[in-house]
Design a protein around this ligand. Structure first.
Ligand code: 5GP
Length: 211
């Protein structure tokens, strides 16, 4: 029987986007650590692995030919070219997680967010992360020593393009202090979980309250 602790709900697709260097990856990791109901959507990409990255955890690193096959077979929920490389979200793990009532976290760019919204508007909650200043964005990109100077330059140039899409998002969080930004994201998640449309077991529960 449905009771107040097991009201069925549909999982949400939480998207975090930002220009490179706004701290989005760190915020995503912290949310995964503190909120056990989230699983991360692991993207496929044709770019080279960074030294700190773990295959299958940060990305599935594949060849352009393998990527093309996945697109042809319809195995990607969305895909886009970012910094000259292909990135995409495998469809099967997302379908499985949502069906089980799990929430899924996506670290994808504005192109992917638009595609997810076209396919599953009701399930998508999107947050845009802004850096506190241009200077801080540059500083964070430079301090990520894993990228070459050329890559840092490309990413700075691309930041304007990514920033220009901020208004397409449901929520905007300025990442000045990581702990504060963390808490803001947790509040957004908590509120979104209470959306009536997401609580699919509500009518069954309410029936048990009525005589
Ligand atoms: P990075 O190479 O720094 O890991 O990621 C570069 C950009 O690609 C980031 O803005 C990241 O959010 C985005 N990205 C990562 N995976 C995907 C994906 O599967 N789809 C899309 N559309 N963007 C992605």
């Amino acid at each position: 029987m449905t009771n107040v602790t097991n009201i069925k709900r549909r999982g949400m697709m939480l998207v975090l986007s930002s220009p490179s260097g706004a701290g989005k990856t760190t915020l995503a990791k912290r949310l995964l650590e503190t909120d056990r109901n989230f699983t991360m959507s692991v993207s496929v990409t044709t770019r080279a692995r960074r030294p700190s990255e773990v295959e299958g955890q940060d990305y599935l690193f594949i060849t352009p030919a393998q990527f093309g096959e996945k697109v042809k077979r319809g195995e990607l929920l969305e895909h886009a070219t970012v910094f000259g490389h292909s990135y995409g979200t495998p469809r099967a793990p997302v379908d499985a997680a949502l069906a089980q009532g799990h929430d899924i976290l996506f670290d994808i760019d504005w192109q992917g967010t638009q595609q997810l919204k076209e396919k599953a508007r009701e399930d998508v909650v999107s947050i845009f992360i802004l850096p506190p200043s241009r200077g801080e964005l540059e500083r964070r990109l430079h301090s990520r020593a894993q990228d070459t100077a050329e890559i840092v330059r490309q990413r700075m140039a691309k930041a304007n393009d990514e920033l220009s899409h901020w208004a397409e998002y449901d929520y905007v969080v300025v990442n000045d202090d990581m702990a504060v930004a963390d808490a803001k994201i947790a509040h957004i998640v908590e509120a979104e979980r209470h959306k009536r449309a997401r609580q699919t077991g509500l009518s069954e529960f309410v029936r048990t309250l009525m005589t």
